[in-house]
Design a protein around this ligand. Sequence first.
Ligand code: SF4
Length: 338
Amino acid sequence: MGFLNGHPPVPVERASELFDYAVEATVGAVAPPAPTARPARIQYSRYRPADFWTNPKYDPDSTKSVVAPAPGPAPAPVADSVPEPSHKLEPGCSLSPSEANTFLNCPARWYFKYMQRLPDPSNGARVLGSAFHKAIEFHWKAVLAKDPRPLAEAIEVHDQKFDELVQDAALCDDENAGELRATGAALVEVYLRDVAPSIQPAAVEVPVSGKIGGVPVNGIIDLVDIEGCVIDSKSAAKKPSGVRPDYRFQVSTYKVLSPKLSGRARLDTITKTATIQVVPQSFEVGPADVQYVELMYPFVRDAIKDGLFYPRRDNNLCSRKWCPFWRACEAEFGGTVE
Ligand code: SF4
């Protein structure tokens, strides 16, 4: 069941139809669907970031993006400095859970990252996370190849990846590359020594794809164990207080795309605290999770097509420290990012 702006719940299969109606209703193109007329759920903003208007692929007089050039005078040429929009608005283009989560977290951030493709340099935390992930992946691939490698080799993989990535990173003022590298190596050691031996892997880096709510979606599952449980490991600055919604969304996506998965998932968070801790969190994907992803992917896709790239300054990652696009965001939308 879904909710429409104060109206009673409606069946999921009706929600998509009503969403389309809400879109069309803003331009008066369609009649309200039977059995009862409902007001538009979302009042679409006619605002789009500036370079939308300069691209002939999109009709500035419509609330919906179109692929045909608008009639009338030729559109203004696109300045060299304005990046071409990415393929993300092309019909059939797929979304990943990460992209959808980025959009749900802040549509403007999605726009700067995937449409404008502005530079998105990693900070130290992201470099450490990527190097840690590479080392764990190396370990599992060796195990599955029945050629387990010594811990020292996994740490070497971590160190090499860290050194490679840190070259292009923009470390925060409170980040030190040497300390981060040593911390990352310690995380790899603790995880592979204390946690990995209890896991029986079945597959690693598993690509999945399909359609969810009619939207092409793809992703890569880090690890599946022999019971069909999705297992992820991530580094974090502190202990998590609960399963993060974006992780739940990610795993729910996998379950919908791969029905053979058990639906169970476990996220091992390794804390970068003075005493390293591994905090496992388990959950099972349920019908409500499936309903959520089946509704959200079409919503995200339609919002992208309609250019709804509003900034969400209230989200936890909205800050000068954690959003690399804050300058572009202030220039585009005004306001102040702290
Ligand atoms: S600065 Fe905040 S509102 Fe702007 S794109 Fe980044 S996260 Fe979104």
